[in-house]
Design a protein around this ligand. Structure first.
Ligand code: DAK
Length: 261
């Protein structure tokens, strides 16, 4: 797949060190079909292995981040089709990318769309953002992390209400409950996301990678194991050229020049 051949996404670099992937099926409110999902992961994997990129943004358009998995595509699928195909979970394994990903969400982030946003490392929302897991209306349940990530983010009581009754969360509520990092007006949310991405991209990629891994581990393991991984990652960072440069730059009162080694 070459970047020129993408049909469902747009890819650009809105600032130095920042790669952006924009879901681009506006007529279908960015419903996530198989081809779109493959293109997203292809583009993000390319940014992830590009040394000039330090952080990524995943976004949609003002009206929809994504209104969920493509119901028209799923309608024709059998249980075995879903079992045998690469699932949304495999396709959107954003958490496994070593570089941080910021979801810039405006409008609908529903079902798989909400799950994709939650699998990113941070979420910046426009004031019009709406988060929800309406799968219950289709006779199914969330299948790409909704029951797990949303519950960890907002707690059991609210997660139950959202997933059992299709309660939607507006942007401000999502901020209050800790699902998103920032809420900004519609004409500013992208700039906020880019500014955060740039702050990440200006750091040592070695330290950023080790930090992301350690934070994600906090959700996967006991405190003891998490602390052991943190200690291991700390020691790895301590052996890096960037550690030597970062400390020297502090002492010499100058900006660090990271080599990402
Ligand atoms: N799929 C396909 N098309 C969609 C869509 C979707 N999820 N959402 C919207 N569209 C399409 C509509 O069909 C319509 O297309 P036309 O009929 O004009 O051709 C167009 O987008 C505009 O939508 P509306 O006319 O409905 O626009 P409104 O503004 O009136 O309403 C809405 C916006 C977001 C409230 C409404 O479109 C809506 O309720 N959409 C469905 C939301 C939803 O139920 N999302 C959850 C889908 S289920 C898996 C893991 C996870 C999943 C699946 C598998 N595995 C592990 C295998 C995830 C499942 C889901 O996400």
């Amino acid at each position: 797949m070459d970047t020129m051949s993408y049909e469902n996404i747009l890819v650009d670099r809105p600032a130095e060190g920042v790669g952006r992937v924009q879901l681009n099926r506006p007529k279908a409110l960015n419903a996530l079909n198989s081809m779109l999902m493959d293109e997203v992961m292809h583009a993000m994997a390319a940014f992830n292995s590009d040394a000039s990129i330090g952080a990524m943004i995943l976004t949609g358009n003002d009206k929809a981040f994504a209104a969920g998995a493509d119901i028209k595509e799923m309608d024709g699928k059998t249980q075995i089709d879903m079992l045998m195909s690469r699932s949304l979970i495999d396709r959107f394994d954003i958490q496994k990318l070593s570089k941080p990903v910021i979801a810039a969400v405006s409008g609908y982030a529903l079902g798989g769309g909400c799950e994709v946003a939650m699998s990113c490392d941070m979420i910046v929302a426009s004031e019009t953002a709406v988060f929800g897991q309406p799968e219950i209306n289709l006779g199914i349940i969330p299948g790409a992390g909704g029951t797990q990530r949303l519950t960890r983010a907002v707690g059991k009581a609210l997660a139950m209400e959202i997933m059992l009754t299709d309660r939607k969360l507006g942007a401000q509520e999502a901020l209050d409950y800790g699902l998103v990092n920032r809420v900004a007006p519609l004409d500013e949310y992208m700039d906020v996301a880019i500014a955060i991405a740039q702050k990440v991209a200006r750091r040592s990629q070695v330290a950023i990678r080790l930090t992301k891994e350690a934070i994600n581990k906090a959700y996967e393991t006991s405190l003891e194991e998490g602390l052991a991984l943190e200690r291991r990652n700390f020691l790895i960072a301590f052996g890096s050229e960037d550690k030597a440069e970062g400390m020297r730059a502090f002492i010499e009162k100058r900006r660090a020049e990271w080599t990402h080694r």
